[in-house]
Design a protein. Structure first.
Length: 562
């Protein structure tokens, strides 16, 4: 019987622990089902939409329920509400391109003006406002709104009452999905920015990944702005106007740039036409909107129609250009993009001045589908690029490494010399040592090339044992090697060569011994010509040594550094 491995025992224990955890959790849940539930957010604000009224021309009270539109000949509209006995706290109301005043028994408690805006800007951002109401036993409160344009005249949206924290909780629950989605997309966008540099061997950035990152960051910021939470952190109206109106167009253009990453010569004309149409329609729509000739809902409808076109075209383009590893992946991507386009179509059809919960939900889900689809495509493309870079890096390494000996190749040596940049190096002393085996041809002719290869490898092993920690070894020929040492001196070189001589003398290959001649030159490289001069001097001294070795004579003293 086979004895179980430690890994299988560990996995069995882990599964047992998970099973026990599930059983205990189920027992606790069932046993405590009748326990009193914890009340979360017990100070949650409540709707404040009933009991409002306005006065007609005859001074008669006309009751209304919010949201509503109060018909008025002027752009100034007012609604009233009697005090609620025992109420202390705050009231939250929403202005939609409107200035506001909040009265208590005729006294202004809060005023919101839209001053300082450009005169040409007729359509401006909407805001939530929180007003502290003073305790009082009787009287009435009044909300006065002054619309910037006729289309917003008399428009009153939902209101809340409660504590500050309760109102914030309420707003967060109403539109928290957009806040969560925005934060997730924003964080993912930052992570993709960091990842974009990992697929490029030259420490640049991957263009497709970077475009996806910008797209995710833009969508994330827009969704956070749509949650209405950012306005409680940033008070500048101009900032919110940009995030609300300009960022969506940036998302559209960034989508087109992302599409161009997959454009082929066959589809380039269609991408160009799409870019021109989107540019013209976007700027025309933006101009009409900010100048007051076109309402924001119309602008939003046009924007989502452009999103729909982009989704369909991107689905077509990706299926045409990207090679998916699995057919199921391609099917999932196509269905996801078509689902996004369908949801954008629903949003375009439902866009109105009032907050539309269905449209908001469809927008969030559509962007989730877009995010998943594009992430899938970018992963596929980036994985293919990574494999290409990996193969290219492997080929480069193979070109720069001598396969037989494992040291640097002749190509690596000439690449070093040709690309030498003295500005990136100090003027440190270098030593170039040129090695060449003695009588290798005779050894190959007598014992065969297989034995010759063994001798070369034994010779190279001696080189690596001595010089690997001090310099770089290059094989520039069959039995010719160069060792380049940096930041060294004559004494260190002599010590290393003495160690090398001892190793060579002790080496035996099939009971055969061998010898090596070498010559070296000290120099301070300033350009590639200095390398060639040093190599020539080392070569001359190596042949001088080789000649003396054949004659069995003593060698001259080592040359001094120069």
């Amino acid at each position: 019987m086979k004895k179980p491995s430690p890994a299988s025992i560990a996995n069995s224990i882990l599964l047992l622990l998970i099973f026990l955890f599930v059983c205990v959790s189920a027992y606790v849940f069932v046993s405590s089902r009748d326990a009193t539930n914890v009340q979360l957010l017990n100070n949650l604000a409540e709707d404040f939409n009933e009991g409002w009224y306005y006065y007609d021309h005859d001074g008669k009270k006309i009751p209304v329920t919010l949201p509503t539109v109060v018909k008025n000949e002027s752009r100034v509209s007012r609604i009233y509400h009697e005090y609620i006995p025992g109420f202390t706290g705050s009231v939250c109301f929403y202005t939609h391109h409107q200035a506001a005043k909040f009265f208590q028994n005729g006294t202004v408690l809060y005023e919101y003006k839209m001053e300082g805006n450009p005169k040409w800007l007729k359509s401006y951002r909407s805001f939530h406002h929180i007003v502290d109401v003073k305790p009082n036993k009787k009287g009435e409160i009044c909300l006065e709104l002054t619309a910037l344009t006729d289309r917003n005249t008399g428009e009153f949206n939902k209101m809340y009452r409660g504590s500050h924290s309760g109102i914030l909780y309420k707003l967060l629950l109403d539109r928290g999905d957009k806040l969560v989605l925005g934060i997730i997309l924003f964080i993912v966008g930052i992570l993709v920015v960091l990842l974009s540099s990992l697929y490029n061997p030259n420490k640049g950035v991957d263009k497709t990944l970077m475009h996806l990152a910008l797209l995710m960051l833009s969508i994330g910021v827009w969704q956070m702005e749509e949650s209405r939470v950012l306005q409680f952190l940033v008070g500048s109206q101009a900032v919110h106007w940009i995030l609300e109106y300009i960022v969506p167009y940036f998302i559209l253009f960034e989508s087109i740039v992302f599409i161009n990453d997959f454009t082929t010569p066959r589809t380039r004309i269609f991408s160009t036409i799409l870019f021109i149409i989107d540019t013209f329609v976007s700027f025309l729509n933006l101009f009409l909107q900010v100048s007051g000739y076109s309402s924001f809902p119309v602008a939003t409808t046009v924007l989502f129609i452009l999103f729909i076109i982009a989704c369909f075209y991107l689905a077509y383009l990706i299926n045409l250009t990207v090679k998916f590893n699995r057919s199921g992946t391609r099917t999932f991507f196509t269905i996801s993009m078509l689902a996004s386009a369908s949801l954008f179509l629903i949003v375009a059809a439902r866009t109105s001045d009032e907050v539309d919960a269905v449209a908001d939900m469809c927008t969030s889900i559509a962007f989730i589908f877009v995010f998943v689809s594009l992430t899938l495509v970018v992963y596929q493309v980036s994985f293919q690029k990574f494999e290409h870079y990996r193969q290219a890096d492997l080929y480069r390494k193979l070109a720069f490494v001598d396969v037989n000996t494992g040291v640097s190749s002749r190509t690596a040596w000439f690449s070093l010399v040709e690309n030498w940049d003295n500005e990136k190096h100090t003027s440190s002393p270098y030593c170039l040592i040129l090695f060449d085996m003695n009588n290798l041809k005779k050894l190959n002719d007598t014992y065969g090339h297989l034995t010759g290869d063994k001798v070369i490898n034994a010779f190279c092993s001696c080189l690596k044992d001595v010089f690997s920690d001090s310099g770089t070894i290059y094989r520039i020929g069959g039995d010719e090697f160069i060792c380049l040492l940096r930041d060294t001196d004559v004494e260190s070189v002599n010590a290393l060569l003495a160690k090398f001589d001892s190793l060579v003398e002790a080496q035996r290959v099939d009971e055969l011994s061998f010898s090596v001649a070498y010559g070296w030159s000290m120099f301070r490289p300033r350009n590639k010509q200095d390398f060639f001069k040093a190599q020539q001097k080392a070569d001359d001294r190596m042949y001088e040594r080789k000649k003396l070795m054949k004659q069995g004579r003593d060698f001259p003293a080592a040359p001094d550094a120069h």
